[in-house]
Design a protein around this ligand. Structure first.
Ligand code: CAA
Length: 399
C-alpha cells in the first residue's frame, strides 16, 4: 500500500529499486553460479547513499530507521536474496554498537560502517550453540588491558567480507546469560582467523564463514558498553530489531517469485491457451499475492513499532519473521510449481528464489525458536491479566 509510505520511505524504496533492477538483477545468476561476493553492488549501494541507512546521523548515517531498512532489503531481495542479506547483515552487526556502545566506541566504528568503507558482521552462533544461543562457549579472559579470546564461531554471514565483527563471548562462566559480553574484533588481529567458507544451497553470493579465535588479544576498550555481562541482552535486543529485516528479505523473495510466476503464466501456452487463463492457477496466484501482502503489512507494522520506540516488540518482530519467511517458502515453491519442469531447471531464475527462501526460515532464529518466543510472550501477557474470561458455568442438561 504505497499510500501509507511517506515521501522519505518512497525515496529509500525507489533508490533501492533502481539499484536492484539496474545492477542486481542482471548479475544475480552469475553471482549465484560463482558464489562470488557482490562487491560491485556494495559500491552501487554506497553511490546511492544506502549504506548505513540505520546509523544515527551524528555518526554519518541516514538515521532512516527500521521501516526504511526493510524497504531497501525487500527491493534488493526481490532481485537477489543473497544481495539482500549481504546488505542487511551490516545492520545486524552494528545494532549492538548503536544500542550498547559507549560514545567513544560509536565514534570509532559507526562512521566507517555508515559510508560502507568497512562492513560488519554478527558473531553469535557456534558449532554447538545455534538455537540455544546462551550455551555459547567462546571465552574472553581479561588480562591487563586486553581480553584474550578463544573459541570458534559458526555461520558468520559476511564473514569473509567484513572487517569489523561483533563477537559474543563468555566473560564469566558462573553467571549464565549474565556472564556473556559483546566485544568488537577487527580483521587482522593476531589469533583471529577467518576459517572455511560454507558451500551454500542458496544466498550463494554471501560469504558465510567459520571464525576462529586462538589466544586472540583484543583491547579491553573494545568491550561494548565498557561492561561485562550485557552481551546476551544486547544480542536479544539486536535480534528484535533485525528480525523485521530478515522478514523483509523474505517478502522481497516472495514478491520477486510472484512477479516471475505471473509473467511466465501469461506467456506459457498449453491446451491452446495461456496457462494463466486456467482457474486452478488463478486461485494459486491469488493466494500467493494475498499471502505476500499480508506478510508485507506485518513486516511494515513491526518496523513501524520499532521506529516509534514501542516497548515489547519481541513478539511482533518474531511474528513478522515467522510469517514472512514461511510465506516466502510457500510462495517460491508454488512459483516453481507454476513453471513446471522448466522451473526445476536452471533455464529460468525461479529455482534460485526457492533456494534463497529456505535460509530465511533458519537464520536469525529458526522459525521454531520464533514460535517459542511468541508463545512465551503470549503466556507472559496472559499471566499479567486479571483472570475474568474463563468462568466455569453450571452444567446444563439437554432434553
Ligand atoms: N530483549 C532483551 N533481553 C532479553 C530478550 C529480549 N528480547 N530476551 C531475553 N532477554 C534476556 C532475559 O530477560 C534474560 O535476562 P535476565 O537473566 O537478566 O533475566 C536473559 O536474556 C535470558 O533470557 P531467556 O531465559 O529467555 O533465555 P533462553 O536461553 O531461555 O532463550 C532464546 C533465549 C530466545 C531461545 C534465544 O537463545 C534465541 O533467540 N535463540 C535463537 C538464536 C538466534 O536467533 N540466532 C541467530 C544468529 S544470527 C544469524 O543467524 C544472522 C545471520 O546469519 C544472518
Amino acid at each position: 500500500m504505497n499510500e501509507l509510505l511517506t515521501a522519505e520511505n518512497l525515496d529509500y524504496r525507489d533508490r533501492a529499486r533502481e539499484v536492484a533492477e539496474k545492477f542486481v538483477r542482471p548479475l544475480a545468476a552469475e553471482l549465484d553460479r560463482e558464489a562470488r561476493y557482490p562487491w560491485e553492488i556494495i559500491e552501487k549501494l554506497k553511490e546511492y547513499r544506502l549504506m548505513g541507512e540505520w546509523i544515527p546521523k551524528e555518526y554519518g548515517g541516514g538515521q532512516g530507521g527500521v521501516l526504511n531498512l526493510c524497504l531497501i532489503v525487500e527491493e534488493l531481495s526481490r532481485a537477489c536474496g543473497g544481495v539482500g542479506v549481504a546488505y542487511a547483515v551490516n545492520a545486524l552487526g552494528s545494532f549492538p554498537i548503536i544500542f550498547g556502545g559507549t560514545e567513544e566506541q560509536k565514534s570509532r566504528w559507526l562512521p566507517d560502517i555508515a559510508t560502507g568503507k568497512r562492513l560488519i558482521s554478527f558473531g553469535l552462533s557456534e558449532p554447538t550453540a545455534g538455537s540455544d544461543a546462551a550455551s555459547l562457549k567462546t571465552r574472553a579472559e581479561k588480562r591487563g588491558d586486553c581480553y584474550v579470546l578463544n573459541g570458534d564461531k559458526k555461520w558468520n554471514t559476511n564473514g569473509g567480507a567484513a572487517e569489523i565483527y561483533t563477537i559474543f563471548c563468555v566473560t564469566d562462566p558462573e553467571r549464565g546469560t549474565r556472564g556473556i559480553s559483546a566485544i568488537i574484533a577487527e580483521k587482522g588481529s593476531p589469533g583471529f582467523e577467518i576459517g572455511r567458507k560454507e558451500d551454500l544451497m542458496g544466498i550463494r553470493c554471501v560469504s558465510v564463514h567459520n571464525l576462529h579465535f586462538r589466544d586472540c588479544s583484543i583491547p579491553a576498550a573494545n568491550l561494548l558498553g565498557g561492561k561485562e555481562g550485557i552481551g546476551f541482552a544486547l544480542a536479544m535486543q539486536t535480534l528484535d530489531n533485525a528480525r523485521p529485516g530478515v522478514a523483509a528479505q523474505a517478502v522481497g523473495l516472495a514478491q520477486g517469485a510472484l512477479d516471475l510466476a505471473l509473467e511466465y503464466a501469461r506467456g506459457r501456452e498449453q491446451f491452446g491457451q495461456p496457462i494463466v487463463s486456467f482457474q486452478g492457477l488463478q486461485f494459486m496466484l491469488a493466494d500467493m499475492a494475498t499471502q505476500v501482502e499480508a506478510a508485507r503489512q506485518l513486516v511494515y507494522y513491526s518496523a513501524r513499532l520499532l521506529d516509534a520506540g514501542a516497548k515489547n516488540v519481541t513478539k511482533v518482530a518474531a511474528m513478522a519473521k515467522v510469517f514472512a519467511t514461511d510465506t516466502a517458502m510457500k510462495v517460491t515453491t508454488d512459483a516453481v510449481q507454476l513453471f513446471g519442469g522448466y522451473g526445476y531447471c536452471r533455464d529460468y531464475p525461479i529455482e534460485k528464489y526457492m533456494r534463497d527462501a529456505k535460509i530465511t526460515q533458519i537464520y536469525e532464529g529458526t522459525n521454531q525458536i520464533q514460535r517459542l518466543v511468541i508463545a512465551r510472550n503470549l503466556i507472559k501477557e496472559s499471566a499479567s491479566m486479571e483472570p475474568k474470561l474463563v468462568e466455569k458455568r453450571e452444567p446444563t442438561t439437554v432434553g
